[in-house]
Design a protein around this ligand. Sequence first.
Ligand SMILES: Cc1cc2nc3c(=O)[nH]c(=O)nc-3n(C[C@H](O)[C@H](O)[C@H](O)COP(=O)(O)O)c2cc1C
Length: 174
Amino acid sequence: MAPTDPDFDSLFFRSALGRFATGVTVITTEGKPDHQPLGLTISSFNSVSLEPPMVLWSLSRKASSLLHFQQSERYVVHVLAASQLPLAKRFAYGSQAQRFDGLALTRAPSGTLMLGDNECAAWFECYNLIQHEAGDHMIFVGQVEHCHRNFNQPLVYHAGDFDLTPSTEPLSNN
Ligand SMILES: Cc1cc2nc3c(=O)[nH]c(=O)nc-3n(C[C@H](O)[C@H](O)[C@H](O)COP(=O)(O)O)c2cc1C
């Protein structure tokens, strides 16, 4: 049987999804053929499998970096600490060309470009294992080759804001 059409609009859907609190990540790789650093803020990150270790995230098919991530062999997922809010904003709203300006960079053990700032709550170096088209996004499943974690407070995203906002009803219907 085919799915029935949604009885809500995309604004309401977005608002409902926003009730799910997430962490915030910055995912980095390098472009081809120039090896330019690429990165963006992603909250759709989640765990998939423990053995073998796998994670997933989804990328808008409108993202300027889509083709580069599709062609990349590996990427690094940085789970941001609360202290890294400026990085989350820079990698979401800043121009791709300037996102890495003035930032220290390093390489993960398999050679993938990553942020040198080791305040991250965790990072995962992933082999780009599976890509799956899903509506207006592309789902990426990465096999984790290396990871690291700290015990600092993570950055949280909830109801369209970088915080756990109170669960009061908004003035609009959204
Ligand atoms: C908190 C937060 C979470 C985000 N999560 C995602 C996500 O999961 N997938 C996505 O495609 N875009 C997400 N975005 C939007 C991208 O970060 C943003 O569109 C970015 O500019 C895309 O970069 P690009 O077009 O240069 O590839 C998120 C933005 C914010 C602020």
